[in-house]
Ligand binder design. Structure first.
Ligand code: KG4
Ligand code: ZN
Length: 360
């Protein structure tokens, strides 16, 4: 029997389908809705739902075509059950349930954050069959538009949430700042480009959550601080292009420093605790993981601990995509093949499903 999994992710504003085999990616189709949401400056739920509905079938068909497979060669269907935008999740879940029922295939419900976490293990289809070295436990840092989390990976399937944001996600903070200075949506990639021409020390922003003895993060105070700075600069005259470059560099640094500060705190604590097994590495995932400054800052933070940073093999695997869902599903396929789980054909979306817990 084959190991080919057709996976689907409609958690936010990308309609995606992929075919994977273990951790090998045979196809990964992403239909982005960015153009549809631009005018709203963020994701508009009903527009997202409608677009997912229109696109899911052709996206699935293209994923199979690119993988040169037909449905009778599949071993299972995997779908993102949560977390995410409820109306968007619903489209993928309902489509997957119907398809799995029709093809009489197991349906594997997957956590979207688990997909981001395991995206670093994905490999191109040219490496089908090759073995990955055992590298657990690892600490995964997820930085996206919806999430900013530290997840301890004991092994695939066994996770512990270590830290998370108590308000905005890092990508969301970058996007909201971008709206203040008209950078378009999503602003993260523009902030990265503009920051290269600015001075990260031009403006000082506060380092949040320094008095709390935990690994929680916060970005909404930074957002207020940058809004005040923009207003202050605008009160004199209009913002110059150099002001915008400097704001991008300084604000981006502040957002990433808030993450590396808490990461360092965790690594320090773990290093001092001899009862904990040694960490094998730090993994990075999520849309903001494409940012080279974030990667460099993380590498600098973990170097003193003799740890290296693993990142997904392509930027496409950083932002939302179904291949990472297929990779996660690959680790539970055997269990689903050996023990039939017909109950998964009744699953409902779980918009607030936290990684490491079994319920919403
Ligand atoms: O993972 P993702 O595609 O969707 C969510 O699950 O949220 O992440 C999207 C986020 C957006 O906030 C976007 O601005 C940000 O990732 N982003 C970046 C970069 N590319 C995407 N932020 C900073 N630098 C980038 N190069
Ligand atoms: Zn995501």
């Amino acid at each position: 029997m084959s190991n080919f999994i057709l996976s689907i992710d409609t958690s936010c504003d990308d309609t995606s389908a992929a075919v994977t085999s273990g951790t090998a990616v045979l196809s990964n189709i992403v239909a982005s809705q960015v153009e549809l949401h631009k005018e709203f400056g963020g994701v508009f739920p009903t527009v997202a739902k409608q677009a997912h509905r229109e696109r899911i079938k052709p996206v699935v068909e293209l994923a199979l075509k690119r993988a040169k497979l037909t449905t009778d060669q599949l071993a299972a269907i995997a779908v993102t059950q949560g977390p995410g935008l409820a109306p968007a999740l619903e489209v993928g879940v309902e489509f997957a349930k119907q398809l799995a029922g029709q093809l009489q295939l197991p349906l594997l419900p997957i956590n979207h954050i688990e997909g981001h976490v395991l995206s670093v293990l994905a490999k191109p289809s040219t490496k089908l069959g090759s073995q990955q070295p055992n590298s657990f436990p690892a600490l995964s840092v997820i930085v996206s538009g919806g999430h900013t989390e530290f997840v301890l990976v004991k092994e695939p399937g066994k996770y512990q949430r270590i830290g998370w944001t108590v308000d905005d996600a890092a990508g969301e903070a970058l996007d909201k700042f971008g709206r203040m200075v008209d950078l378009g949506y999503p602003a993260g990639p523009v902030v990265e480009e503009f920051a290269k021409r600015g001075d990260a020390k031009a403006f000082a922003f506060p380092l949040p959550m320094t008095t709390t003895d935990n690994f929680l993060m916060s970005f909404s105070g930074l957002k207020t601080a940058v809004r005040r700075k923009v207003e202050e600069l605008e009160s004199g005259s209009t913002l110059s292009q150099q002001h915008i470059f400097d704001l991008c560099a300084s604000f981006q640094y502040a957002v990433f420093h808030a993450i590396t500060y808490k990461l360092n705190k965790y690594l320090q604590k773990r290093n001092n605790d001899l009862t904990q097994p040694k960490l094998f590495g730090v993994w990075l995932g999520g849309g903001v993981a494409a940012n080279t400054t974030l990667r460099a800052m993380l590498r600098e933070t973990i170097r003193p601990y003799q740890l290296s940073l693993a990142v997904p093999y392509s930027k496409k695997l950083c932002s939302d995509n179904a291949a990472m869902i297929g990779v996660a599903a690959g680790f539970v396929l055997t269990e689903f093949k050996e023990h039939s789980h017909p109950e998964t054909l009744q699953i409902e979306r779980l918009p607030n499903w936290q990684i490491g817990s079994t319920t919403s």
